[in-house]
Design a binder for this molecule. Structure first.
Ligand code: MN
Length: 727
């Protein structure tokens, strides 16, 4: 069927009228006609006229509940970038607000993402949000991206992957940060379809096969909840759905499970009118089903930072299959689905009280806005979360995050102290600027350096805004002075040596030098010269000690022997990280291998991973054993040991085999809670040959605690074996 422009437009107009009955349809129509004319002759990859895209994106804005200006701006969002239309034209026809929105969306479109480093992503996300002075800019951009992702199948494979990756790493997290769950899920699922089509289809086809069973399961449990609510006299709505593909995918890959092992595929939701009813429902659900310990979360009393509110509990339904129940009010539900976009609806008085009260990060803004009307509120709503930060680019496109008001000096030192120390000039967006120039979001900053630079000037310390830059500049001055001190101290020392009848050349003997340094408690002769230079040590005193050492050694005529002794390695330097001691490694990242989950008391060994620090395995671990068997002397295995226990808890994974299935989860939960051991994950699978196996992750202090937990599990009726996994 060919695209019907008039029908699509009418649909948009009607959708907008749902929330804004007094929408200026003449203006909306003008925007549609303007965009249609501007994009005349342009086609999308699927062959439809280009105008289908802005209309569909505007429809998404309207569905989110965004206002008329947003819809108008969204209709025009690609005109500045892709057609002859100008800011001035749009401003003249549709006003400054719309023109500003369109221009800002255009700017965001031009931000190209280049790197995949996680920190880089976070900065890029923040920068996009900070660049959008009006949050509607981000929402329009998200609507634009969502429609592009929905219609990605005609793009080249490279383009698909590139856009999907960008969506997964930038836009889905932004949607999450703004609390827009529904959009976030759709963006994630669409991205996954292009990033891992095989994995995606594997899940959908398996889900399809299991659908009859899942549907029956959902229907039965849903009906039980509905009946219970009715008999308890609570008014509410019960819904159930299969979790979205990407969340199942993540579960399978992060926990290394087959789809058949992911038990909680369904999520139930109970929506009620009031908060007290949420807790009443919780009581009823816990009475009706067995709750899984440790899974209860109350985001009503403690909302998530993105404003999400709900009660979550996981219970065990018929056939021992666990499922999650979310309990919330209608208002919380709306906020959970649409996040920050839900505001516009609330402000229009459609759904009750002022929802913005809950938006902690804009509360301060609202306090100043109490007297103003909705239009002003919309106009003033800005993202001020990152008001104290500024995001700029290196010429290569890396994003650098600096404090607000930062200067080229801060920029240079954030790249490298040597760049800062040798900086001779700076350019912002290609133009030469002074060192105190305040950088703006999105600026491209370039500094020139020279090896003959004399170093930073004293007043840089006052100009720099970041403590990092200031401390590096101070360090430079300290070190610079040190050089002066060394230059002054060295001749004084050498003079004193000759006075005492010794040649300064005795220190050329490396072993003797080591002994002297140790005696003087310094790490190099430069330290000695610097100290003499600034008067911290008397040259005569230093020389006397060197002389004593020299004559003692030569008198005993055991110089060789003594030096040998002095030359012996010093005590090994050790640091405890996460309760682990690693020899000679300072500040390395320590993680515990998932395969064998070591806890204090287990003999352990460390593996130097590529870029992820040291991974700790048990010496019994099959992975370690097979690695050693294969490679023999693999240099990446290093010895580590446990430091004294600091009371930290460690995760350990167990498997429990039982002859039957019934009540196994409950028995395990009871046994472990009696052992006062916290469960972090628990799942049960039926074995084809009869019987079942439970996979448990628990948190324990050490092997003693773990052993007592294992002993308790072994006492459960029908349990045939309890073992730690990975061996
Ligand atoms: Mn677009």
């Amino acid at each position: 069927m060919s695209w019907q422009p008039e029908e699509s437009y009418a649909e948009l107009e009607n959708k907008l009228k749902e929330y804004y009955p007094r929408v200026d349809t003449k203006r909306l129509r003008e925007a549609f006609d303007f965009a249609r004319k501007a994009h005349e002759g342009q086609l999308r990859k699927d062959g439809t006229p280009f105008i289908t895209h802005p209309v569909a994106a505007a429809m998404i804005c309207a569905e989110m509940g965004l206002d008329e200006d947003s819809a108008v701006a969204c209709l025009l969002h690609d005109t500045i970038e892709d057609t002859d239309a100008t800011y001035e034209q749009i401003e003249h026809l549709f006003g400054t607000q719309v023109a500003d929105l369109v221009e800002a969306v255009t700017k965001l479109t031009r931000v190209v993402y280049t790197s995949k480093e996680e920190e880089q992503m976070e900065n890029l996300r923040k920068m996009l949000m900070a660049m959008a002075k009006d949050i509607r800019v981000i929402l329009i951009k998200i609507a634009d991206r969502l429609h592009n992702m929905r219609t990605m199948n005609y793009q080249s494979e490279d383009k698909q992957r590139e856009k999907a990756l960008e969506t997964m790493e930038i836009y889905a997290p932004i949607a999450h940060r703004l609390g827009m769950q529904r959009v976030k899920w759709e963006l994630e699922d669409l991205s996954l379809l292009y990033l891992d089509p095989i994995g995606y289809r594997e899940i959908t086809s398996q889900l399809e096969k299991r659908m009859p069973v899942l549907e029956r399961f959902m229907e039965v449990n849903k009906q039980r909840m509905i009946d219970r609510l009715a008999s308890a006299g609570i008014k509410g709505e019960v819904t159930c759905r299969i979790k979205h593909i990407y969340s199942i995918y993540r579960k399978m890959y992060s926990q290394n499970k087959e789809l058949s092992e992911v038990l909680d595929l369904c999520a139930f939701r109970v929506i009620v009118d009031t908060i007290p009813d949420c807790y009443n429902v919780l009581g009823q659900i816990h009475d009706l089903f067995k709750p899984l310990p440790g899974k209860f979360k109350d985001y009503i009393s403690t909302p998530k930072p993105n404003m999400y509110q709900s009660i979550h509990t996981t219970v065990i339904g018929s056939e021992g299959i666990p499922f999650e129940v979310q309990i919330r009010t209608y208002e919380m539900h709306h906020t959970a689905e649409y996040g920050v976009a839900a505001h516009w609806k609330y402000k229009q008085g459609i759904s009750g009280p002022a929802g913005e009260e809950k938006f902690a990060w804009i509360r301060s803004l609202l306090e100043a806005q109490q007297e103003s009307d909705a239009q002003d509120f919309v106009h003033e709503l800005k993202i001020d979360m990152f008001a104290d930060e500024v995001f700029v680019f290196t010429p290569k496109g890396d994003v650098i995050n600096l404090p607000a008001g930062a200067t080229p000096i801060d920029f240079a030192y954030s790249i490298h102290s040597e760049i800062g120390n040798h900086m001779t000039g700076a350019k912002v967006n290609g133009r030469i600027v002074t060192f105190d120039h305040a950088l703006q979001n999105g600026d491209v900053v370039e500094v020139s350096t020279s090896s003959s630079s004399k170093g930073p000037a004293r007043d840089w310390i006052a100009i720099a805004k970041s403590s990092q830059a200031r401390s590096k500049i101070k360090q430079w001055f300290k070190r610079e002075k040190r050089d002066e001190n060394i230059a002054r101290g060295k001749p004084v020392f050498e003079n004193e040596m000759r006075h005492a009848g010794m040649s300064p050349a005795v220190l050329n003997d490396a072993d003797f030098l080591q002994g002297v340094l140790k005696k003087l408690a310094v790490t190099s002769m430069d330290d000695v010269y610097a100290a003499i230079g600034y008067g911290g040590m008397a040259a005569s005193r230093v020389v006397r000690r060197i002389h004593d050492e020299y004559s003692r050694l030569s008198k005993a005529d055991k110089l060789e022997k003594q030096v040998e002794k002095l030359g012996q390695p010093q005590a090994v330097k050790e640091h405890s990280i996460n309760g682990i001691l690693v020899e000679n490694l300072d500040n390395c990242l320590i993680k515990f291998a998932r395969c064998c989950t070591p806890v204090p008391g287990d003999p352990v060994v460390g593996y130097i991973t590529k870029g992820f620090g040291v991974s700790i395995h048990r010496t019994e671990c099959l992975n370690y054993r097979s690695s050693i068997a294969k490679d023999g002397e693999d240099m990446r295995w290093i010895s580590v040991r446990w430091a004294g226990t600091g009371g930290e808890l460690y995760q350990a994974s167990l498997s429990v085999n039982a002859v039957q299935h019934k009540n196994l989860i409950m028995d395990i939960a009871t046994a472990l809670s009696a052992a006062k051991v916290k469960i972090t994950s628990l799942s049960v699978r039926e074995l084809t040959g009869g019987g079942s196996v439970a996979f448990i992750t628990v948190e324990v202090k050490d092997t003693a605690e773990l052993t007592s937990a294992i002993n308790r599990l072994a006492l459960i009726k029908g349990v045939t074996e309890v073992r730690r996994t990975g061996t």
